[in-house]
Structures are given as C-alpha cells and as structure tokens.
Design a protein around this ligand. Structure first.
Ligand code: DAH
Length: 329
C-alpha cells in the first residue's frame, strides 16, 4: 500500500510540473482528484484494509491528499490569473489588416495648391454661386446681346434670366459691386458648359478666376503674377507663352499656353488661361471709376492645369470616381 501511495504521489508531482494551461490542468484533475481519480480511489482501497493497518494508512493518505490538493489549488490560481490576461492577448503572428485611408481628390489638391500660391502673392479667396444671372454671367461682362457664347449650345439656361455659370468671371462682377478698390482676389469654383463630352472637354469643370483692381495696375504686373504662379506651380523650367486674344471683358486680352509633351506623343502648346486688362466698360458697369482705376483679370482652367502637371490624358478621369485613378494621387 505504501508503495502505491508513494508512486501516485511522485507521479502527481512529476506531472504537475509540466502543466502550463487550464485545459490540461482539468485533465490532470480528472486523472487524480475526481471521483474516480487515482488519489480519491486510495480511500476506497483504504476502506478495505484490515483494522490494524487502517490508522497507519489513514493518516498517510490524508496527508498525501492534502498535499496534492494544495499543489493543485496553487497552480489553478496561477493559471487562472494568466488566463485573464489572455483575454486581452493580441496574436502578433496574425497578418495585419490594411487600414484604407482616404485622400483628397486630385482636383481638391490642385485647387488647394493654387489657392496657397495666390494667397502668398497677396490675393484673398472669394466664392460665388453656380446658379447665376444672365446679367452677371454675360451682360455686365460686356458680352453683346448676340454674342455666340450666349448660344443655347454653350450655356445651360434655367430660364431666360438665370443659368449655370459658364465661367467664374461673374464673381468678378459680384466682388466689384460689393467692394471698393483696391481689390485683389481669386475666385475658384465649378463652371458648366453644354459641350460634347470628349477627352478634352466635359460639361462641368473648374476655374480659378483672378482680379486685381487699383490705381495704376499694369499689364506688366499681370504678366509678372502669372509667371510667378506658373513657376511655383510647375517649377522654374516651365515653358510658357502669352498669345494675343480676345475677350469681351478685357482689353487688351491674351491667352497663356504651356508646353506639354503627352506620354508617347509629340509636344504641343496647351491653353490654360485667358487674361487681360479689365475693360473700362466692365469697371463702369460695377460702379468703379475707370478714369481712376485700372485692373487685370485672369481665368484659369483647373483640370487642364492638373492634367499637364500630373500627366493625365483624359479630363473624364476626374469625374469617373474610379478608385484606380484616384488612389494614384
Ligand atoms: N472667362 C474666360 C473663359 O471662361 C476666361 C477669362 C479670360 C477670364 C480672360 C478672365 C479674363 O478673367 O480676363 O474662357
């Protein structure tokens, strides 16, 4: 009997050393301490002992039982405490899950950059409504009644007095009616044209309008400002040219072209803005004394400028909302 007790006890303490988690502890408990466990069974055998042997082994078995029970309880407490921290356990071997972070649309990024350059040059930023009056969009800007730009083919008319603005120039009119010179502002925003959609044109696009009205503003200042902008936006080696042109609301007028070599194609000039000295009629229409003040204005196409900067070959990409395009920027 003694030998059996020693054997069970020794095995118990041998095996318990290797238990590292609650699941195996439970198996271990069943093996030794459950109703049919090896330690519990010793008591059954004890009952069968002779009267003389009973007192001797009773003590021994009880002592062993208490020792193993204590050791078991101790380990159980330790493993349960460990297991609590297991609940917060992060499995560092799991592959990570990618967090998808959105980015600003490339047009927003372009507009932000344009704004910050003009702000550095001393311009403030103003916005006007996209639903505009025929008066602000055309008449105040010196468009004759029969001007082709008023044609239904270019303009989305809402009724005979209102339309979706075809350019941001009407914001100049609003600003000059609201403020006295000196005025130096840019006016970014969306414009709409009823044109056939193609690689180069879309029914909706963005412009950044610019206006500077004060005493003695000259064409040379206009050129200086535009060139400063182009160099900051595209880099010092940007190739550009000013080309004489015509707009009803500026005199003289010019268009600005930049050199573009589309990938795999021949280089060509690309028009990105119109500009000129504000026509005295326009100043007078807005209540500004054209004898005292002069001004320059410009209007730049944002999509075209972004296309040149980022090598985008189709204006429709900006509006398709294709993630494969958008995530490149
Ligand atoms: N509004 C003209 C357009 O959409 C662009 C333009 C030309 C704006 C000359 C100006 C300007 O301010 O001075 O084509």
């Amino acid at each position: 009997m003694q030998q059996k007790i020693d054997e069970i006890k020794n095995n118990f303490f041998e095996e318990i050393k290797n238990i590292k988690e609650l699941a195996s502890l439970e198996e271990f408990r069943i093996k030794y301490l459950s109703k049919n466990g090896l330690v519990t069974k010793l008591f059954d055998e004890f009952r069968e002992l002779s009267k003389e042997e009973k007192p001797k082994f009773g003590q021994v078995i009880n002592k062993v039982k208490n020792e193993v029970q204590d050791a078991f309880n101790e380990l159980k407490t330790i493993l349960e405490a460990d297991n609590k921290s297991f609940e917060n356990y992060i499995d560092l071997t799991l592959p990570g899950r990618e967090k998808v972070v959105g980015t600003k649309h490339i047009l927003t990024q372009t507009l932000d950059e344009m704004k910050s350059i003009f702000i550095q040059l001393g311009f403030s930023v103003h916005e006007g409504p996209e639903l505009e009056s025929d008066y602000n969009n055309f008449e105040a800007l010196n468009f004759p009644d029969d001007h082709p730009a008023r044609d239904m083919q270019d303009t989305f008319f809402v009724n005979d007095k209102f339309l979706l603005r075809t350019h941001t120039s009407p914001v100049q009119v609003r600003l000059m009616n609201e403020q006295k010179p000196p005025i130096r502002a840019i006016m970014p925003g969306k414009v709409y044209r009823n044109e056939a959609v193609s690689m180069k044109s879309y029914c909706l696009f963005h412009q950044v309008e610019g206006l500077y009205v004060d005493e003695g503003v000259t064409f040379a200042e206009l050129k200086g400002t535009i060139v400063a902008f182009l160099k900051q936006f595209f880099g010092n080696d940007i190739k550009y040219r000013f080309r004489p042109s015509f707009f009803p609301f500026t005199e003289p007028s010019a268009e600005v072209d930049i050199w573009w070599v589309p990938e795999g194609k021949e280089g060509r000039w690309m028009e990105i803005m119109g500009c000129g000295m504000v026509d005295p009629n326009v100043l007078e229409n807005c209540g500004i004394d054209s004898e005292k003040y002069t001004g320059y204005a410009f209007g730049m196409g944002v999509e075209r400028t972004a296309m040149r900067k980022y090598g985008i070959d189709d204006i429709r990409h900006f509006f398709d909302n294709d993630k494969r395009f958008l995530t490149q920027f």
